[in-house]
Write a protein that binds this ligand. Structure first.
Ligand SMILES: Cc1cc2nc3c(=O)[nH]c(=O)nc-3n(C[C@H](O)[C@H](O)[C@H](O)COP(=O)(O)OP(=O)(O)OC[C@H]3O[C@@H](n4cnc5c(N)ncnc54)[C@H](O)[C@@H]3O)c2cc1C
Length: 304
């Protein structure tokens, strides 16, 4: 499905962001290849960006030019008898973890409360204190901008804390080896375990999250990466920023590393809180917090 001037707020888990020039919701690899071909031919606008559930991206209030390809409808997965799971990039991580648990396939419980897709999870090396994507990924299938498809092993993705080779440019300024490629599927490894135990664990982790995180309001999960040996949320709380509100964005009273949209919030208020919190922690604790959330800069002034 091709949508023009589509509000990106409809596709973001924090519900902010202006219009995307074109949003393509692809349902298969064939549709994805056809969208990429249209961009090469100039019938769809450049540049191309890929998103999953947009649970880790802050879109600009002024919107984005080009074609934003959402893979969240490519959400099939195949649970194989050999313990491997082949999942399309748009497969929703909690659903994948639930079905694996039901089949007695262990190792994916940490994904139970991460509201992203397999593709976004690989790019971000999504995880918790009990596991991360790098622990369970065997290989991914990529498509390059010219439409060629190839597989790469986990080792080539150079995973580290909440990041991978896909993000190298954003973090270090040097172009990533897989720059402009899109993940179309991934193979995950599991181990045999008792389904009742796995389902119990899946439920326990989900309940724990709903008690500690402000899941009833739109948000993007943890805003900042935890600095070594510290918790960003604790530092923000100690610095007195818990509950601060700018426009309709609030630093959650339940978890200070979550910024929530109280209704009609703007990305610029989110960004401004990020800068102020960063400065406060720099002055108080002497180090600069890095965002875990991917903040896409404004390209055109927002009409607000
Ligand atoms: C309530 C809540 C709780 C959260 N808890 C956690 C947590 O415990 N641990 C954690 O790690 N994260 C957490 N997150 C953040 C987020 O859910 C994860 O980072 C998730 O993996 C992002 O997946 P996504 O599909 O939403 O990716 P998106 O936000 O859509 O994209 C993230 C990045 O991946 C790229 N991308 C997405 N799909 C593809 C693809 N197919 N090919 C190439 N590039 C792609 C995008 O361009 C972007 O750079 C949480 C978020 C929320 C809202």
């Amino acid at each position: 499905m091709i949508l023009c001037e589509e509000p990106l707020s409809r596709h973001s888990s924090i519900r902010t962001g202006g219009p995307g020039q074109v949003v393509a919701l692809v349902e298969s690899t064939e549709e994805l290849l056809s969208v990429l071909e249209s961009v090469r031919e100039g019938t769809l606008p450049s540049p191309v960006r890929f998103i999953g559930n947009a649970s880790n991206i802050l879109f600009p209030d002024g919107g984005l030019p080009g074609t934003i390809v959402s893979l969240k409808k490519m959400d099939l997965f195949d649970i194989r008898p050999d313990g491997l799971i082949e999942a399309q990039a748009g497969a929703f991580l909690p659903r994948l973890a639930f079905h694996a648990a039901r089949k007695g396939m262990g190792g994916l419980g940490f994904l139970s409360g991460i509201p992203g897709t397999v593709g976004g999870g690989v790019v971000m090396n999504a995880g918790t204190t009990t596991g991360e994507m790098a622990d369970v990924l065997r290989e991914v299938c990529l498509v390059s901008p010219n439409g060629s498809m190839f597989r790469i092993d986990r080792e080539e993705l150079l995973f580290s804390y909440r990041t991978s080779e896909f993000q190298r440019e954003e973090l270090s300024g040097k172009p990533s080896k897989w720059h402009d490629c899109v993940i179309v599927s991934a193979v995950l490894e599991t181990f045999p375990s008792d389904p009742a135990h796995l389902l119990g664990e899946w439920e326990r982790l989900r309940r724990l999250r709903s008690e500690t995180q402000p899941l009833e309001k739109p948000n993007l999960g943890s805003v900042f990466r935890n600095p070594p040996g510290e918790f960003a949320g604790r530092l923000i709380e100690e610095a007195g920023w818990k509950g601060a509100v700018r426009g309709a964005i609030e630093i959650s009273r339940r978890h200070a590393n979550f910024f929530v949209n109280l209704g009609g919030g703007l990305s610029r208020d989110f960004r401004s809180l990020v800068e102020d919190v960063r400065l406060a922690i720099l002055q108080k604790n002497g180090f600069r917090l890095e965002t875990e959330v991917e903040i896409v800069p404004e390209e055109t002034p927002a009409a607000v």
